[in-house]
Design a protein around this ligand. Structure first.
Ligand code: UD1
Length: 428
């Protein structure tokens, strides 16, 4: 299993190009099931998660062709015919977002059997809202032996979908199904994350009629068929925020390009409050910090446009060296502080109680062996390692490979002393 070794203390200077958004790319890939024509996705991130979904789509009948286009990595997806409407446990369990193939399979074939994703390390994460949305579209659902058996014998029927809580995955799933339903669908209390807009834009290019994405109410006028399209995946706002935090932690000046600063405004406000200089520009932003110690600031995670839960672990890493006590409240997921004990191994002073972590800034961190527990937690350990004295060894980095493209390359191009050690055992 690969590990990542970091020698802390190097300032970061240079430019980091941001990749296409993982969380958007995987929903866009699922959208390709909705048409027999080709969907060409540009600005595709090359990640374990996108490769993994590609494998599942191939099982369902999609041809998946990756190539290097004029503007970076592309993927061409074409599902002439659904050859299987079954998504088995061994594939869905590895990536929760695979569950989102259920809606498109139903829209295209009227029936599907998809495994329940099961729990995961950041809390229970049920799919009740996904199923509620599909039922509102006339789908009959039975649950047996860990599988969802879903049928829409008369096709999907548009209808009102009112979510009790805003869910990113369920809102996207509802859109993916309702675009081919008969009649109109109105989704209320929809998630407002920028990925909703990216998915709606792509679906509209394919001939769908979606409006209001990015607001709490989304209107969808069902159409009878969709066609092929070309769509550029939006920039990854979590990767953008992560490198902004890396630069703030290590010190120096880093220009983040091919991205948008407005997607991470809540983080940028907190960075400024903490004493980091942030300058937005047309193509992204520049993050700068010279010498002075950062101030501790409080953060509550929230749905967009609030502070992203996917940046909470990385922000906690930054706060370990700030002056004073920072209170970080996680409001989206239960059990999302697994990085806290690992950061403590590096010398951080953190107390977790329920959904709240108190981080008392220390003068220095010291490198140690640590273990990645989930995607965002693992990158928080890398960020801490950039500023820790001596060597930090991050074990179990397959989590990182799910969501961060060429992380060591991007950071070392800015002067970080970071390298991947392939194979070998880890500390388990
Ligand atoms: C997506 C992102 C993830 C991010 C999260 C919140 C992807 C692939 N993942 O996850 O990186 O951290 O949004 O921004 O896009 N819930 C239910 N029932 C459901 C669905 C969700 O109770 O059927 C709950 C969840 O347990 C959680 C909350 O709703 O407490 C929000 O989850 P949701 O927005 O659905 O997150 P994901 O789509 O899983």
């Amino acid at each position: 299993m690969d590990r990542i070794a970091i020698i802390g203390g190097a300032r970061l200077e240079g430019e980091i190009p941001i990749s296409g958004a993982k969380n958007s790319a995987i929903k866009l890939m699922a959208a390709s099931l909705l048409t027999e024509d080709a969907l060409r996705l540009t600005n595709m991130p090359r990640l374990a998660d996108t490769r993994f979904l590609g494998k599942l789509l191939e099982r369902l009948g999609t041809e998946v062709v990756e190539s290097e286009g004029a503007d970076g990595p592309e993927t061409l997806l074409r599902t002439r015919e659904i050859v299987s409407a079954i998504a088995p446990y061994d594939l869905v369990r590895q990536m929760r977002a695979s569950f989102n193939v259920l809606g498109p399979l139903l829209a295209r074939t009227g029936q599907a059997k998809v495994s329940l994703p099961g729990g995961c390390t950041i809390g229970a994460r049920p799919v009740d809202l996904h199923l509620q949305a599909l039922e509102a579209l006339g789908v009959q659902i039975d649950l047996h032996e860990g599988y969802v058996y879903a049928q829409a014998p008369r096709g999907l029927q548009g209808g009102p979908i009112d979510f009790p809580i805003a869910s990113v995955g369920a809102t996207e799933h509802a859109m993916l199904a309702a675009v081919l339903a008969q009649g109109d669908t109105v989704i209320t209390n929809a998630a407002r994350e920028p990925e909703m807009i990216d998915l709606a834009d792509c679906l509209n290019k394919m001939g769908a009629k979606v409006s209001g994405a990015g607001t709490a109410t989304i209107h969808i006028e069902g159409v009878s068929r969709l066609h092929g399209a070309t769509h550029a995946v939006m920039p990854d706002r979590i990767e953008t925020g992560t490198y902004a935090l890396a630069a703030a932690m290590a010190g120096g000046e880093v220009r983040l390009t091919r991205t948008r600063s407005d997607f991470i405004q809540a983080l940028l406000d907190k960075l400024s409050e903490a004493g980091v200089e942030v300058t937005p520009h047309n193509d992204g932003l520049t993050v700068k910090r010279n010498g002075a110690r950062l101030r501790a600031v409080e953060v509550d995670t929230a749905a967009y446009p609030g502070f992203a839960t996917d940046l909470q672990a990385q922000f906690m890493a930054l706060m370990t060296l700030a002056d004073g006590e920072s209170v970080i409240r996680e409001t989206i997921f239960e059990n999302r502080f697994m990085h806290a004990p690992e950061l403590s191994r590096l010398g951080a002073d953190i107390t977790v109680s329920g959904g709240e972590a108190r981080v008392r800034g220390v003068d220095a961190l010291e490198g140690a062996q640590v273990m990645a527990t989930d995607l965002r937690a693992s990158v928080s350990l890398v960020i801490a390692g950039l500023a820790a004295r001596g060597e930090t060894m991050v074990n179990r980095v397959y989590h990182l490979d799910r969501g961060f493209e060429r992380l060591e390359e991007k950071l070392s191009a800015c002067g970080a002393q970071i390298r991947r050690i392939s194979g070998g055992g880890d500390e388990e």
